[in-house]
Design a protein around this ligand. Structure first.
Ligand SMILES: *Cc1c(COP(=O)(O)O)cnc(C)c1O
Length: 392
């Protein structure tokens, strides 16, 4: 007989950022410095990030969503253009395609790894296809060799959604520079945070110049120092740009988060491996599979699957865990099933059975660097208790 389950007193959230005294001190230093928006710390953070991923060009932006928006504009996306997208993503990825009048073409995923399926991409290419927007899902990379081959064959660009990808390697190379453009996210649930924020990475200095103008009001020259000593207030607008710049307050967090992200990721890996080990004896809960190709997985997410043998739906499972003080996440409801997309692309609903199967069964369990091994064991015990009661 298993020992009785005892509910913990405090709620264990699905995610929580690791914020230490060093980040707090740096933010306070910025607040006291007289320079709180884009400035020297944002510049330093860009340099640090460029060095970390090995990128010739980077642009810090106010969010990955903003980065997707101006990135797609800079790549020349026009109304009616088709972009091939994984449905297993946060809607920001396809929302920005739609916002620019493009057409989101959702394709199948591998239901085990939840990564976009290269064969499905190849099958979806038409004369109107201009690019591929793959997501390096959950901290593992997608198959960039296979994607690169398809892109070359059909003259498509690839814009990597690397929102989950800080620290992720594909065949020894950091994600973010496999084709024209990539975007990272520093939202609080991601592997490192700046509160809100994102980073574009690329090789192409012409594209970078255009992106810098789009990022900040359409100014051709870097103008954050126009009010500083040595700066000049006169500026030139070369296109109608946006306001997606990155603040020094954000950079104050980012500089120290980035310096520790390898440590954070190492801790995530330890905790994820413990989940994998403990769930080996819980057949009703499917374990996430890692891709077969060479990669380094940062375990941004631990995505469990509530299999049919559990005798309950994923939503019932989530509610039952919450009753046991365990928070969960859903990454992601397949985007093509969301009301806007289902209405715009009704034929796609029902046509991606693997993505839809996964979408109904996945559940992200708590995983963040400050968790303890006992927290992981508690989650697994709570899951077992939920399953026992499902069969009552
Ligand atoms: C978080 C996320 C985004 C959006 O990032 P923001 O910085 O919040 O705009 C885009 N794509 C994926 C896959 C994400 O998980």
């Amino acid at each position: 007989m298993a020992k009785a389950f005892v509910k913990r007193d405090t709620f264990l959230p699905f995610s929580r950022p690791t914020i230490r005294q060093v980040e707090i001190d740096e933010v306070v230093d910025t607040l006291r410095s007289g320079w709180i928006t884009t400035g020297p710390k944002a510049e330093r953070f860009e340099k640090d990030f460029a060095a970390y991923v090995g990128a010739p060009e980077v642009l810090a932006v106010s969010s990955a969503t903003g980065g997707l928006h101006i990135g797609l504009m800079a790549l020349g996306l026009k109304p009616g253009d088709e972009v091939i997208i994984t449905p297993m993503t946060w809607a920001a990825t396809s929302n920005m395609v739609e916002a620019l009048g493009g057409k989101s073409v959702f394709v199948e995923i591998d239901p085990d790894t939840l990564q976009i399926d290269p064969a499905a991409i190849e099958a979806a290419v038409t004369e109107r296809t201009v690019g591929i927007l793959p997501v390096h899902f959950g901290g593992a990379p997608c198959d960039m060799d296979a994607l690169g081959e398809i892109a070359r064959k059909h003259s498509l660009w690839i814009f990597e959604d690397a929102a989950h990808g800080v620290g992720t390697l594909y065949k020894g190379r950091h994600v973010g520079l496999f084709d024209r453009l990539a975007v990272f996210s520093f939202h609080p649930i991601k592997n490192m945070t700046t509160g809100e924020g994102g980073m574009l990475t690329l090789n192409d200095s012409d594209l970078a110049r255009k992106l810098r103008a789009l990022r900040f009001h359409g100014l051709e020259k870097q103008a954050w120092n126009r009010y500083a000593e040595g700066g000049t207030p006169q500026v030139e607008i070369v296109l109608p740009g946006f306001k997606y710049n990155f603040m020094d307050i954000q950079a104050a967090l980012g500089i120290h988060q980035l310096a520790s992200v390898d440590e954070f990721n190492a801790r995530r890996r330890e905790l994820a491996f413990l989940y994998l080990e403990l769930f080996a004896e819980v057949p009703e809960i499917g374990r996430p599979a890692a891709p077969a190709y060479d990669h380094f997985h940062t375990w941004h997410l631990y995505v469990a699957k509530v299999l049919d043998s559990a005798g309950m739906t994923r939503d019932q499972f989530m509610t039952a865990l919450r009753q046991r003080n365990v928070g969960t996440g859903l990454h992601f409801r397949a985007v093509h099933t969301q009301p806007y997309y289902a209405q715009k692309y009704p034929d796609v609903v029902g046509s991606l059975p693997k993505a839809e199967w996964a979408s109904d069964r996945i559940c992200s369990l708590p995983l963040f660097p400050d968790m303890t091994e006992d927290d992981v064991r508690y989650v697994v015990d709570a899951v077992k208790d939920v399953l026992v009661h499902a069969k009552d």
